[in-house]
Design a binder for this molecule. Sequence first.
Ligand code: FAD
Ligand code: NAI
Length: 475
Amino acid sequence: MSQQFDVVVIGGGPGGYVAAIRASQLGFKVACIDEWKNAAGGPAPGGTCTNVGCIPSKALLQSSEHYEQANHHFAEHGITVKGLGLDVGTMIGRKDTVVKQNNDGILYLFKKNKIAFFHGRGSFVKAVEGGYEIQVAGASEETLVGKQIIIATGSNARALPGTPFDEVNVLSNDGALRLGAVPKKLGLIGSGVIGLEMGSVWRRLGAEVTILEGLPTFLGAVDEQIAKEAKKAFDKQGLKIELGVKVGEIKTSKKGVSVAYTNAKGEAIDLEVDKLIVSIGRVPNTIGLNTEAVGLQLDERGAIVVDADCKTNLPGVWAVGDVVRGPMLAHKAEEEGVAVAERIAGQHGHVNFNTIPWVIYTSPEIAWVGRTEQQLKADGVAYKAGTFPFLANGRARALGDTTGMVKFLADATTDEILGVHIVGPMASELIAEAVVAMEFKASAEDIARICHAHPSLSEATKEAALAVDKRTLNF
Ligand code: FAD
Ligand code: NAI
């Protein structure tokens, strides 16, 4: 006998588990199926984000930043550290504890919201009267019928053609987050978000890091001025980033990995490293879903085809998060999950793609929302720009971190904020104010007139807004 549900969610990452919670809040009988296993084989909901993405990477970024501070920056505060040591095992163990706290938190949320959780792989069997039959295989073996199906099966790391991940020498984000020791030499392919975050972790811990990037531009999606400032800081830290390279043959041996590549000048180079992280993007994951059984449409990238409302080509089947178009970000997946649950309930779920913030958690952090200066130029929009450096911010001086700036871009006529770009301390937190402002269609003048606490980094945001009208007070 199959179990009947109003909504069956396949995938328990940020897109799936949040959709399940919202659907339950709206009064539906909900099931969520997730196949991720912890080291003991038990359930570990939370997806890529919780297990091998956002959460563990931020845990290691924090630990490695503490080490970097103790190693290089405590002295300027008059704090002497003698016999500083590094226990990678403990650091990785702490990261694993943080991950487990999040897995357990999600299991608790399932209980609290009366969501039936099934640990195993969900796949389509067939369309039935008023819904779809879904088979669960794994620890839970069940047949479910859902009137509505939400697919949130996420993404997997993209491998270089001919070089599969062995997670010993050639690492995806998974292996990169559980190295047992600091490699003497670490290579990374791709200077995108993962390349920069993971490269930063292992550089801070003592690895000699080389990042090989195929494109000639550094962080092409980031505002050029901000990317330039970030690159200056990374160069100073000793993060070696080579742009415009063509990666050739990759050979692994007991000694490590050898990467043949051609640099921007056309010179052939062999890079010998102990470990290689490949971070060249991610591919949507529909493995095992048995999409053919119901005729679910995929695009040429393997992503599930959806419309603006996350509706697939099948009635009553929705898809959200990394498995569909749009940025591969946890908060984008969550917003889509909530919106879909609300649409199923007949409400008007809404996701504003123009105000999705991006954050790169390096040091300095990079965060932005809205359009870059180069995009505004390409779109032919008349704009005004205002910047304010953290060098002139009292709180940044007190913190001892004055790298970077806040930059506002506002419409030349209406003064509406079109983009805010930050490189510097706590950019990840500061960007929230800009997101709120843009969501409410604020002008730069609005932010400039709002009282900001002193001394705080957020004063740099206010000052950058004042700079749009060329009237900064402290610079
Ligand atoms: P996922 O999180 O991938 O979850 C999908 C879940 O579905 C998984 O648990 C999977 O096991 C399960 N599943 C798949 N198929 C089936 C099936 N057939 N049956 C049952 N279960 C199935 N984003 C940010 O916003 N901020 C960050 O700081 C950030 N850091 C990141 C760091 C790294 C190293 C990586 C790799 C990614 C990072 N991301 C970050 C991206 C973020 O992790 C993803 O955008 C997010 O996890 C996508 O959520 P999702 O729910 O779509 O998919
Ligand atoms: P990415 O798309 O950010 O960067 C990939 C980089 O690899 C690009 O610069 C690309 O030009 C380069 N590249 C591609 N093929 C190459 C090749 N053959 N040789 C050399 N360079 C090559 O992808 P990444 O870093 O793998 O991360 C995947 C996604 O995960 C991100 O796009 C983001 O959505 C998400 N993520 C988000 C984080 C955050 O929000 N802080 C942190 C980490 C990941």
